[in-house]
Design a protein around this ligand. Structure first.
Ligand code: LMR
Length: 396
């Protein structure tokens, strides 16, 4: 049976990490996978996470099954984090949140749920989008199409192109939007643009699916959820996939959430029964450890405040790195305008290099970027930025 298989190429993001790990060059720089790193290049466990884990170790008294929804406390806390505690969808009891194995698990559950609503449904994703979106939705049997998003030429948003394309989608299509920190471009919608997109969603009647993998990494927890919250106030039905990988640094714990919003509390309960069936037939129930950490942090004033401080420090470091690399490129004689990097948001930016230049950075300088020239900003440090800027100057 296995004999008919052909080997697949390595994943464009995870494959890069494997290559980086094997590289013996002491100057190597990992600007590939989207993980936060400190000045020393290390992805440390947050202090608030360590304390929450200690608390769980002391107090957890059973490992018995929790059920397909995951922990109700985690789900409630996540819903408040996503929407803000006074949001209309919570007051009207129209949202249901379940724990999922990471943000990717949330997306796959959402995709299977969409398929249950309509076999062969079309989902529109931004051009470009996270490299795994297309494969993930296609693997669930959805028809994936793209709408214009990033203007590669002008290093800005092709907002007119986006809006015009969204006006043409069908009312039973789904449109994937990045809540903040667009992966891979770093270009986000501003508040007025969110309003226009929400108006189009309402007029056309498509279902928004909002992927929020980086809440708190752009401008702040509430600021980053602005568009999502506005959309949830505007449309009748919506899906949100969120992740605790980045903002809680819980990458390997695989903890995220999938939230559905329905027209009424009765209709969302029906939809939720389908969502839970999807969970049951894929992985039965989500892992509990990551959810236990997050709910412990969010339910304690002390740990929550500690988390805010640690999250802000991660955000500030990334934003500081944006300006740092722009300045260093100028200092190294690069005349091409890279100032757009400092105007973008979140973990990533496109440098706008050719695939050959990206390959040259990897082969000759051991600098690892995704082939599209997506750079993970958190990999920049004071200790490597000169080497990075000089190397970019050389390949240019
Ligand atoms: C990324 O885009 O680098 C992250 O979301 C990690 C991943 O799974 O691809």
């Amino acid at each position: 049976m296995f004999g008919s298989l052909k080997a697949l190429p390595a994943d464009p993001i995870l494959g890069l990490l494997a290559k980086y790990k094997k590289d013996n060059n002491p100057n190597k720089i990992d600007l590939g996978v989207g993980v936060f790193k400190n000045e020393a290049g290390h992805t440390a466990v947050l202090d608030c996470v360590k304390k929450a884990e200690q608390h769980r170790t002391n107090t957890e008294d059973s490992k018995v099954y929790i059920g397909p929804t995951g922990s109700p406390v985690f789900n409630d806390e996540m819903a408040k984090l996503i929407f803000g505690s006074e949001h209309k969808v919570l007051n009207e009891n129209r949202a249901r949140t379940i724990s999922t194995p990471g943000g990717t698990g949330a997306l796959r559950v959402a995709a299977e749920f969409i398929k249950s609503c309509k076999a062969g449904a079309t989902i529109w994703v931004s051009n470009p989008t996270w490299a795994n979106h297309t494969g993930l939705f296609a693997a669930a049997g959805l028809n994936v199409k793209t709408y214009p998003y990033y203007d590669y030429e002008n290093k800005s948003l092709d907002f007119d192109g986006m809006l015009n394309a969204l006006k043409e989608v069908s009312s039973d299509d789904v449109v994937l939007l990045h809540a903040c920190c667009h992966n891979p471009s770093g270009m986000d919608l501003n508040n007025e643009q969110w309003q226009q997109v929400a108006d189009v969603a309402k007029d056309v009647g498509f279902t928004p699916l909002i992927d929020m993998a980086y809440q708190g990494f752009g401008s702040g927890l509430d600021e980053d959820a602005y568009g999502l919250r506005l959309m949830a106030e505007t449309v009748k039905e919506m899906i949100v996939c969120s992740s605790c990988s980045k903002n809680f640094g819980l990458y390997r714990e695989r903890i995220g959430a999938c939230t559905i919003i329905g027209e009424s509390s009765i209709s969302v309960d029906i939809a939720n029964s389908v969502l839970l069936y999807v969970v049951r037939v894929i992985y039965s129930m989500p892992p509990a450890h990551g959810a236990a950490i997050v709910e412990t942090i969010l339910s304690s004033d002390e740990l929550r405040n500690e988390w805010y401080v640690e999250l802000k420090a991660m955000r500030d470091r990334i934003n500081g790195n944006r300006q740092l690399i722009v300045d260093k490129l100028i200092e190294n004689g690069v005349t091409r305008d890279f100032s757009f990097i400092s105007r973008q948001s979140g973990m990533f930016s496109f440098l706008g290099l050719t695939p050959e230049q990206v390959q040259q950075l990897q082969d000759e300088y051991s600098i690892y970027l995704v082939g599209s020239s997506r750079m993970s900003i958190a990999g920049i440090a004071n200790s490597n930025v000169d080497y990075l800027a000089k190397s970019i100057a050389k390949v240019l």
